[in-house]
Design a protein around this ligand. Sequence first.
Ligand code: SAM
Length: 301
Amino acid sequence: VSWTAEDEAIIATNTDATECKRCAVELGYWKDDYITYFVKHVDRKAPEINRGYYARVRAMEMFIHQFLERCGTKCQIINLGCGFDTLYWRLKDTTHAIGNFIELDFPAVTTKKSHDGEVMFREGDLHSDGYHLVGCDLRCLGEVRRKLAAAGAYARADAPTLVLAECVLVYLRPEAADALVAHLAGAFSRCALLVYEQCNLDDKFGEVMARNLAARGCPPAGARHGGPPAALAAHARALGFEAARAWDMETVWRALPDDDRARADAIEMLDERELLLQLNAHYALTVATRGDIFADMDLNA
Ligand code: SAM
């Protein structure tokens, strides 16, 4: 796989996500003491964007906690296309010290992310006790497997494994995304996969989103991408997961605790409620699992 201008556009999506997250954190939507290390100054984003990021981060967090509740910290987390996600440090500040935490992204991203660490580098990757930040192209399954092996992932194949894919798989061709997901589902007998990405791309609003995605280096949508949530869940089952559920983000938002929603409402007024509804209807969270201990992970569990 060669490096292209599209890859540059894809890498830039991380800067965008990090800026949006920092903006929402500064406004008080959620707490993140680490995000300021990765992006210095940001302009204020529209309330609908901040709200969308809040729902995204809150929803991922809710299921990460469900996973940890079920298996404790003797587990591993694999963060695909991690960008500048600060989850590792946020969990470290709680009682949740994860056994093995592996982050993967393009080397251009992981190199920047590792800038300040007290760590050991091996071939440009960072390996420390229980934390691995490795550069690779997620489209090359062979490379992903080598890097996961170097990070000790397969040595713990029996350990409960959480795989995170937050706005990542959509940047891969469907065949490559499928091969990666099917491999992970097969490699870890007790695992949960959380995917946050676009859905319902076939209506008018969705077509505009699909065009924006294409401009940012996304391959054209195949059968897997952009369908309704039920199709995303069925697809995860077809790739080897025993159970899978998916919801659009409006459904997820309504299922969050009243306090969380009231707090968000108090932070800033929404000018364009209709726009937020449209955005929420075009993003989905999928939770796919293997192993009985994760079978009951659910929105209201
Ligand atoms: N998961 C992070 C988050 O939600 O904040 C970052 C999301 S950002 C929209 C997408 C990330 O996926 C970028 O950091 C990008 O470099 C990474 N990515 C996309 N395609 C990739 C590939 N083929 N190999 C490695 N990383 C990739």
